[in-house]
Design a protein around this ligand. Structure first.
Ligand code: CDM
Ligand code: ATP
Length: 317
């Protein structure tokens, strides 16, 4: 890093980035590029990772938090890949140490790695004083992964294409959630493959390439707009749920346990194995979480509300 960059940039920058739950995840056909077309309705929820960028010879990465041991600290870390991508776009060396305070379950279907990638882009952009436009940041996010653009913008959004083409959605209030965190993760590509396998096995000769183009549900968008938890509960759907349960059959019991504990509805979060429970209000969320923790059906249960803001600088100095 040269002196001019030190003058323009900051000493350190911390960015807070939310997890997500997919309130609708409709999976279309397998595309020639290996991705599936989606109608993916994202809701950001208030479980956060914090990514801090410090000036250093780099890139380097460190992690803290209960799940830190599962975070890769090499070039495969999505935050490192994000820092390298931003640096190369601006012709800079990727001189940064990234510290990830991890609170989003790893490989849990809540876009934790994607959150760290979006956080690293925003933190490095501020640290290096590179003033990248929002559109350029979004394009870099899409290069890094299908969920990364949503981690940048937060709130609620419909993701088309492979999930990276976002349209922001209006929400009429806060929704109260419980997340049952499982022991061990599930691999996202393996869950998509299982979804295709189940479709080919049960589809009467249908091929996974010929699945109709998925559409966002009008009832679901209306429930989000109205802030109506009961209507949202009736409209929740996840086409990857059967595949996640097929790979991890115990999830069926976790989903039932949360419903029996008083949740309005239960579904697998994205590719799982985290299970998400929508509740009527904050008190009901705490009660469902306590019952789930005591049930032995999950490693822990967390409460959070959504929508939550996207990647945001929370400290710098
Ligand atoms: C399950 C979700 O989390 C729902 O939001 C996302 O679709 C996954 O997004 P992600 O983790 O950012 O996934 P990526 O890193 O883009 O892709 C990982 C792998 O998941 C599969 N994949 C992902 C997105 C998509 N629309 N179709 C896919 O089939 C592909 O095998 C791909 O190689
Ligand atoms: N910064 C990171 N944090 C966590 N995992 C990371 C990170 N960078 C790379 N990975 C790798 O990505 C894998 C998936 O982790 P991640 O927590 O993003 O899963 P996920 O929440 O299921 O993702 P999604 O919901 O976007 O499909 C991990 O097993 C890990 O090997």
């Amino acid at each position: 890093m040269n002196d001019a960059e030190h003058v323009n940039g900051a000493g350190y920058v911390t960015v807070r980035v939310p997890a997500k739950v997919n309130v609708q995840l409709s999976v279309g056909g397998l595309r020639p590029d290996g991705f599936h077309g989606l109608a993916n309705v994202f809701l950001a929820v208030g479980l956060y990772d914090e990514v801090t960028a410090f000036p250093a010879d780099g890139p380097q990465v460190t992690a803290e938090g209960a799940d830190a041991a599962q975070v890769p600290l090499d070039e495969s870390n999505l935050a490192v890949r994000a820092a390298r991508l931003l640096a190369s776009r601006h012709g800079l060396a990727p001189d940064v140490r990234l510290h990830i305070a991890k609170d989003i379950p790893v490989a849990g279907g809540m876009a934790g790695g994607s959150a760290d990638a979006a956080g690293a882009l925003v933190a490095c952009d501020a640290l290096w004083g590179t003033a990248t436009s929002r559109d350029e940041l979004l394009a870099m996010c899409a290069e890094l992964g299908s969920d990364v653009p949503f981690s940048l913008v937060g709130g609620a959004a419909l993701g088309r294409g492979r999930g990276e083409l976002l349209t922001p959605l209006e929400t009429g209030g806060a929704f109260h959630w419980v997340f049952a965190v499982a022991d061990g993760g599930l691999s996202t590509p393996a869950v998509y493959r299982e979804c295709d396998r189940l479709r080919e096995a049960g589809g009467g000769g249908a091929t996974v390439e010929a699945v109709p183009e998925p559409e966002a549900s009008g009832a679901l968008l209306e429930a989000l707009r109205g802030g109506d938890a009961r209507a949202l509960a009736d409209a929740l759907s996840n086409d990857l749920q059967a595949a996640a349960v097929s790979l991890r059959p115990s999830l069926a019991d976790t989903l039932k346990a949360g419903e029996a504990a008083g949740a309005l509805a239960a579904l697998v979060s994205g590719s799982g194995p985290t299970c998400a429970f929508l509740t009527e209000d904050a008190a009901s969320a705490e009660a469902v979480a306590a019952t789930l923790r005591a049930s032995g059906h999950c490693r822990t249960a967390r409460t959070a509300t959504g929508p939550a803001p996207g990647a945001t600088v929370v400290r710098q100095g």
